[in-house]
Design a protein. Structure first.
Lengths: 123, 360
């Protein structure tokens, strides 16, 4: 058995990915949307703002709750600003007005699972 | 063409590995100094039910108070100072205030009262403070720190009178405050009776647990903190842990169109795993007790070779570790993850966001 050691590593500014928690607000709240439709909507927004080449970076739709239209996206750090700006400017889904609310952005996916702003206490 | 768009805010991740009994192990200090904890999340692979002792520890985290519309000057009353500040570790944090928009207040267990206030409040308050490290030019936010245990802050003292005057006459500040207290021994906290003339409610931390089956888990080798071929590195492990917590499915039904994320290699599939989380105002003392129980539980041969505990701090707390200033920017993350191995070696990964100092 190896003797116990103490090792400390400090990692600065090297996140490969950034994670975004976003929710989609639709003019007609009863409209249903699937995960595939949401991803297609975001991809369309990217292409319309940055063109085929500017939008040529991958992003993942990690989770999607159909009830609340809330999704967690994973994107390479270098694509964060482009993804963020394109969903900010997205205004229409199937001829109805829509808007993305960016709830939280972090280089750690874990941080998105413990949002203290969601702590609701009844009194 | 897009170079200027490819920058992201700075981040710091500090990872340590050692043995629980190693002389340099600072696990206890890291836990004690992270004052305001919002959520504890435990992942135990290899079982479909938590060991009884562990379950009891998670369910016995102490309750906390929510005091509505409490004037901050109340915290400087002689009785409160005697019973809460001088006597034991009292933790107080303003509730539903956002550190990037509102005034936020915290009472630290070492007796410091930290006020993170906007420029207008600071200028009318008339107390000495410092511009926030993260909003310097022009300074839009100021941090005032008052040491309630200082000699000049004893009731009737010069400093005490000045702060009371500032908080009652200059700018009467009040907030909804989360409060909890740890007292040594069996003594029960007197917070409730001290603040009985205010609207208050007692809350128990919320516990929830979830059993997962056929979960792919990355292989961890305790000595490979920086990642090797046979082991997953801490960053990938934190991502995987986040994916498990967020409920990401590891099999994409859409041939990779939606997501290309998969469990890091090498991996093993465990039959069952339990994920348990507790939310509320959780005291470091309770988390320390949980660590003691984990230390005994991890030795059970039936469990997987490691278990992981993540502790999330409040995103809107004015401090993260110790008295280090904390801000939000886009995520406000301040959390640590402890991975405990069966031989009592451990990894601890402490993460902070762009508006934070380097973890200790």
């Amino acid at each position: 058995m190896q003797p116990a050691v103490f090792e400390r590593v400090v990692v600065k500014n090297s996140p490969v990915y950034q994670y975004m928690k976003v929710s989609l607000v639709l003019e007609q709240a009863q409209t249903k949307l699937t995960a595939v439709e949401l991803k297609h909507l975001i991809t369309t927004g990217l292409k319309s703002l940055y063109g085929e080449v500017g939008a040529a970076f991958p992003f993942d739709l990690l989770t999607f709750e159909e009830d609340t239209l809330t999704a967690v996206l994973r994107v390479y750090s270098r694509g964060l600003v482009r993804l963020w700006s394109s969903i900010t400017l997205l205004g229409f889904f199937q001829q109805q007005r829509c808007a993305f609310r960016v709830l939280q952005v972090s280089p750690y996916l874990l941080a998105l699972t413990g949002n203290s702003r969601d702590l609701a206490l009844d009194s | 063409m897009f170079k200027q768009l490819e920058k992201t805010p700075r981040t710091v991740l500090v990872c340590e590995r050692s043995h629980l009994d190693h002389e340099k192990a600072r696990l206890g200090t890291h836990v004690e100094q992270h004052f305001f904890n919002h959520k504890v999340s435990l992942l135990v692979p290899g079982c479909d039910r938590l060991p009884a002792e562990l379950d009891a520890a998670l369910n016995s985290m102490r309750s906390f108070l929510l005091v509505r519309n409490l004037p901050l000057s109340q915290l400087l009353e002689k009785e409160f100072l005697d019973q809460a500040v001088y006597k034991g570790s009292t933790y107080g944090l303003s509730y539903q205030t956002r550190i990037d928009e509102d005034n936020c207040y915290a009472l630290l267990p070492n007796g410091k009262l930290v006020l993170s206030v906007d420029k207008d409040t600071y200028e009318t308050l008339g107390l000495e403070g410092k511009p926030s490290q993260y909003q310097r030019r022009p300074a839009g936010r100021y941090v005032v720190s008052v040491d309630l245990k200082d000699r000049t802050m004893s009731p009737g003292g010069k400093g005490h009178q000045r702060v009371v005057k500032a908080l009652t006459e200059h700018t009467p500040l009040s907030c909804d405050l989360l409060l909890s207290q740890h007292l040594p021994g069996d003594e029960s906290p007197a917070l409730q009776s001290l603040l009985s003339n205010h609207k208050l409610s007692e809350h128990r931390p919320r516990v929830s647990s979830h059993v997962m089956t056929s979960l792919p888990c990355p292989t961890l080798v305790t000595s490979h903190l920086q990642g090797e071929q046979q082991s997953c590195d801490p960053q990938s492990f934190l991502e995987w842990l986040g994916a498990v917590d967020a409920g990401v499915t590891f099999e994409d039904q859409s041939d990779g169109y939606l997501s290309t994320y998969e469990c890091p290699q090498p991996q093993t599939v465990v039959d069952a795993a339990v994920r348990c989380s507790v939310t509320g105002l959780l005291l470091p003392e309770d988390i320390y007790h949980l660590l003691d129980v984990l230390r005994r539980s991890v030795l059970e041969p039936k469990l997987a070779p490691w278990l992981a505990l993540t502790v999330h701090g409040f995103q809107d707390s004015p401090v993260s570790w110790g008295t280090a200033e904390h801000g939000f920017l886009s995520g406000g993350e301040n959390f640590y993850t402890l991975v405990l191995f069966q031989n009592l070696d451990y990894w601890i990964c402490m993460a902070t966001g762009p508006h934070d100092a380097c973890p200790p």
